[in-house]
Design a protein around this ligand. Structure first.
Ligand SMILES: Cc1ncc(COP(=O)(O)O)c(C=O)c1O
Length: 434
């Protein structure tokens, strides 16, 4: 008897971000110096208050109800009330999940129809759609120093054309500040986008996992503009660097009848509930304690320093690199070097990624992993390769956030910028046959 894998799963690659991380750890344990820009893990330590809260809750062992611990749900609701406004908060249900990744997956599972996916976008949306037999309809975007732009007319045309061709676009995932770009959608554009989706009957799944890592301190969300058709996903993985605690949040609009109940059923048949001690401890993350809020702001300030310095460094080497506005990423474009790179056999984002890894021990991710066409010469860079505990302590002790700070606490960031310089010097010049 031959046991076969399911069609949807057998060609699914391992998540490229986790793959890059494993590879870097392997090389480092072999004693090699590696510049790690391949994995988006915020490097800061767990705040003392949360450590204590988790230790205090260690005795808890009960299953909790599928939606999440009541006290945590209420703390989340009150935390986000001033951010989203009463209208949205009073017309949504909140779910706690083991990471926002699973809320995104459950939402995709629960809503019938095809997924509209702006490109570039986070690595997991498309594989999740494929696992669910969902068709992905890509929506082009433009990127610049003013942000991540989704043209409303292009979105409308994509929806209309898809419908004319017998497709059924019913949901869109937007993400700002964005992974992979570090850019955000300007408020006025978000407002127009929300109206287009509402008019077209498209559910907005707003991935706001980086919502509180915004360099100008502004929180932008569709929840305010289209409260009836916006589901928000968020959590503690990014602004509190708690990815491994696996706490995700879903805001589910009651304007979509049956959605909350459908998600509750999915939860009850899959993960049951998030770890009881972790839920208990995370209540403290939503109480607006000054120490926690200050910690978040300090981490965001350091992310801003690292990632805007990377953008400036790349620009100084002639690479296109919009100035990041949040999160901890850059999404440089090597288009100015296209011709020269091609004469050196480098024709795709995957080629750039491979040369940087093999020749320079610099781990990045190719733009292709984020839905871009293979020939678009973009990479995603994560600016987190430093000792977050040391950097945070120094900043809290009053050290200034400047280039000297990076040199002292994040030297590999500056070295990686130099590697990009060496790469374009070597491969970015047209070579002519002798
Ligand atoms: C854009 C984006 N969305 C969602 C996630 C998932 O985060 P988590 O499942 O840890 O909440 C990530 C993690 O890297 C991300 O970058």
């Amino acid at each position: 008897m031959t046991i076969k894998l399911a069609e949807t799963i057998k060609n699914l690659p391992h998540s490229p971000t986790l793959w890059a991380n494993d590879l870097v750890h392997q090389k480092r344990s072999g004693g090699e110096t590696v510049y790690h820009m391949g994995f988006g893990e915020s490097p800061f330590p767990v705040p003392q208050r949360l450590k204590k809260a988790l230790a205090d809750a260690a005795y808890r062992k009960e299953y909790l109800k599928a939606d999440g611990l009541d006290d945590l749900v209420e703390a989340v609701r009150e935390y986000y009330r001033p951010i989203y406004g009463d209208e949205y908060i009073s017309a949504t249900d909140i779910l706690i999940a083991p990471g926002s990744k699973l809320v995104l997956y459950a939402l995709q599972m629960a809503i019938e129809g095809d997924l509209l996916m702006p490109v570039p976008s986070w690595v997991s949306y498309e594989p999740q759609a494929k696992m669910l037999h969902t068709e992905v309809l890509k929506v082009p975007t433009t990127l610049d120093d003013a942000g991540y732009h989704i043209d409303p007319e292009t979105l409308r045309a994509t929806i209309k054309t898809a419908r004319k061709n017998g497709k059924n676009p019913t949901k869109i995932i937007i993400n700002a500040p964005s992974n992979p770009t570090g850019l955000t959608i300007p408020s006025e554009e978000l407002q127009v986008l929300a109206k287009v989706c509402e008019a077209e009957g498209v559910l907005i799944i707003s991935d706001e996992i980086y919502g509180l890592v915004s360099f100008d301190g502004q929180y932008r969300s569709c929840a305010r503009h289209a409260p009836k058709v916006t589901a928000v996903t968020t959590g503690l993985s990014k602004h509190l660097s708690l990815g491994g605690w696996r706490i995700g949040i879903g805001f589910i609009p009651r304007g979509v009848p049956g959605l909350h109940n459908a998600l509750r059923c999915i939860i009850s048949e899959t993960w049951s509930c998030v770890s009881s001690p972790v839920q208990q401890a995370c209540i403290e993350a939503y109480k607006r304690h000054k120490d926690i809020e200050d910690h978040m702001q300090a981490c965001t300030d350091i992310h801003e320093l690292m990632n805007t310095t990377i953008a400036e460094g790349l620009r100084s080497h002639g690479i296109i690199a919009p100035k990041p506005q949040g999160a901890f990423y850059n999404y440089p474009d090597f288009a100015p070097f296209r011709e020269a790179l091609a004469t050196n056999g480098i024709k795709t984002s995957q080629d750039i990624h491979e040369v940087l890894l093999k020749e320079y021990n610099l781990a990045t991710l190719p733009g292709k992993a984020f839905g871009a066409e293979a020939e678009i010469l973009t990479l995603r860079l994560s600016g987190c390769d430093y000792d977050g505990a040391a950097a945070l302590a120094a900043y809290e002790n009053g050290e200034k956030l400047d280039r000297a700070f990076i040199k002292k606490y994040a030297p590999r960031i500056l070295q990686a910028i130099d590697v990009f310089g060496a790469f374009v010097v070597k491969y970015g010049k047209v070579t002519t046959a002798a």
